[in-house]
Structures are given as structure tokens and as C-alpha cells.
Design a protein around this ligand. Structure first.
Ligand code: NAD
Length: 284
């Protein structure tokens, strides 16, 4: 059994990116990332902070736009339009969640596909479904990088994804399909979940419930990827009961230190990709 070290892998990805950013800067091209944050959601503030830190380390310029939670939809769209038009901005991210009175789908759609480094514009989601070059949303992209780095072959494997969110479950499933896995997507209405997960060569948990995946749900030798981040007074826990599940697996990600650091690293990779594409005639 191998415990995947997402922290170390993310560091390698960032080191490679640093060289690319340095090369861009030598040519006078400066990547600049804009993050829009609406309200003061605690978890979002933590995520934004880690994105800022990663940018600083790599030499990517960073701009944070913090908006009052009462902002109107039109104001938010105007701010996105402005960032779309600005030549210095090469990547835009709207931190979710946003307050309920705002339409997040409308906002994601407004972000220019060329600067949509989170991969949530429907045009980019469509490209992912068509298996075309695009910005893959960062968490699934990070998991693909883990598979590549650890030599985990997805081709022909039986992959089960628990969770169907637009942020993780759905793009993850598409990524696995694009890599020739046979995919099953499970969700809160799925019946006989355990019977399905026990058949998984690759099991991805993106549910948001502490230790939801127990040892009896896992096939011997499976690859188990835990996306969950569940904050409690006792600390941060994944969706997988790591201590009891790990011995059954061939590979497993811990929480923290597994998928989380990879998400931020792949965001940086998407920013560099966007910067390059915006500065070349060969746009995405
Ligand atoms: P979400 O709430 O949007 O989706 C949760 C999914 O779990 C839903 O599709 C739902 O149908 C499914 N689900 C809920 N109860 C279930 C049950 N009993 N059986 C089967 N399926 C069930 O959440 P999300 O945004 O996809 O995030 C999932 C988890 O991943 C959260 O803990 C979140 O914090 C974490 N997350 C981590 C990263 C990272 O970088 N590591 C990135 C994004 C999200």
C-alpha cells in the first residue's frame, strides 16, 4: 500500500512552474491572477489565502477583489467584464460558494473562457466532455496528475466516483472517461452504494461527509482518492475512514496532504497555460 504524498508532488509541480514563469517574465510576459471573493465565508478565506501564497512563490501577480455579500448580480457581472477586458489579467477565478441571491452559473458563464483557469465556464466544461484541450477544473486535474506521477493506469479500469457536483464529481468522471475508464457516478439517491463501490478498481470520494467510505465498501487492492475536506473541532478529516481503509488499498490519498495541495498547484498550472495562450496566436 502506498500513501500518496500530494504535498511533495504539488511542490514538484510548483518548482517546474516556477521555471516556466521565470522564462515568461524574461520575455516581458507577467502572469496575473484575479480572485473574486463575495462575502466572508471562512473556508473560502482559507482557500484564497493559499492561492495567494502559491502565486507569490511562483512570481505570479495576484489581485484580490473582495465584495460585500449584498452585492447585486449586475455589479458582479460588471466586475467580471472589467477583468475580462483588462490586458494585464491572465486568469480569473470566482471563489465559490457565493451568496444565494447571486446566480453562480451566470457568473461562471461570464468569465472569459480564455481566462477561466478554474474551468467552470460552460464552454470549457463542454470541451472537457468532448475530450478537447481546455482548462480542466483544478481538483480533477490534480487527481489526474497524481495518477500520472504514481504510474496508476486508468485505462479499462472500473472507476466509481461518489459525488456529482459540478466542481468535483462531474468533471472528475469526464476526466476518467477521457482516460478510458468505465465510470459509475454515485450520488445521494444511489441505491446499494456499497455493492457498486466494492467493484471499484479506482474509488473517488467527493461527498463532504467525514469517514463516509468505510473498509467494507472498498475492494481489495483498490486505488482510493479522498477529495473530502471536513472541518471539525478535532481537525480536518476526509470522506474516507483512512486508518481502517488504507490496508485494503494499493494507493490511497490522506487528508490533509493528498488532493488538497494538488488542487492549488494545478490552478497555478492553468494560470501559466492561460498566460501562454493569451500571449500566442495559438489561443485555446
Ligand atoms: P457537494 O456538496 O456539491 O457534493 C456532494 C456530493 O455528494 C453530491 O453530489 C451528493 O449527491 C453526494 N452525496 C451526498 N450524500 C451522499 C450519500 N449519502 N451517498 C452518496 N452520495 C452522496 O460537494 P463538492 O463541492 O463536490 O465537495 C465534496 C467534498 O470535497 C467536500 O468535502 C469539499 O470540501 C471537498 N472539496 C475538496 C477539494 C480539494 O481540493 N481537496 C476541492 C473541492 C471540494
Amino acid at each position: 500500500m502506498v500513501v500518496i504524498d500530494g504535498k511533495a508532488l504539488a511542490k514538484t509541480v510548483r518548482e517546474d512552474l516556477k521555471e516556466e514563469v521565470d522564462e515568461l517574465r524574461e520575455k516581458g510576459i507577467v502572469p496575473k491572477f484575479a480572485v473574486i471573493l463575495v462575502g466572508d465565508d471562512k473556508a473560502s478565506l482559507t482557500y484564497v489565502k493559499s492561492k495567494n501564497k502559491a502565486c507569490r512563490e511562483l512570481g505570479i501577480e495576484y489581485e484580490e477583489i473582495i465584495l460585500d455579500s449584498n452585492i447585486e448580480m449586475q455589479e458582479l457581472l460588471d466586475i467580471i467584464d472589467n477583468l475580462n477586458e483588462r490586458k494585464d489579467i491572465t486568469g480569473i477565478l470566482l471563489q465559490s460558494p457565493i451568496p444565494d441571491h447571486l446566480d453562480i452559473n451566470k457568473a461562471f458563464k461570464r468569465i472569459s473562457p480564455e481566462k477561466d483557469v478554474d474551468g467552470f465556464n460552460p464552454a470549457n466544461v463542454g470541451k472537457l466532455c468532448l475530450n478537447q484541450d481546455t482548462f480542466i477544473s483544478c481538483t480533477p486535474y490534480g487527481i489526474l496528475k497524481i495518477f500520472e506521477a504514481y504510474g496508476i493506469d486508468v485505462d479499462g479500469k472500473n472507476a466509481v466516483v461518489i459525488g456529482r457536483s459540478n466542481i468535483v464529481g462531474k468533471p472528475m468522471s469526464m476526466c476518467l472517461l477521457n482516460k478510458n475508464a468505465t465510470i459509475t457516478i454515485c450520488h445521494s439517491k444511489t441505491k446499494n452504494l456499497k455493492e457498486i463501490t466494492k467493484e471499484a478498481d479506482i474509488l473517488i470520494a467527493a461527498i463532504g461527509k467525514k469517514h463516509f467510505v468505510t473498509a467494507d465498501m472498498v475492494k481489495e487492492g483498490a486505488v482510493v482518492i479522498d477529495v473530502g475536506i471536513n472541518r471539525t473541532d478535532e481537525g480536518i478529516f476526509g470522506d474516507v475512514d483512512f486508518d481502517n481503509v488504507k490496508e485494503k488499498t494499493s494507493f490511497i490519498t490522506p487528508v490533509p496532504g493528498g488532493v488538497g495541495p494538488m488542487t492549488v498547484a494545478m490552478l497555478m498550472k492553468n494560470i501559466v497555460k492561460a498566460t501562454k495562450a493569451l500571449n500566442s496566436s495559438d489561443n485555446l
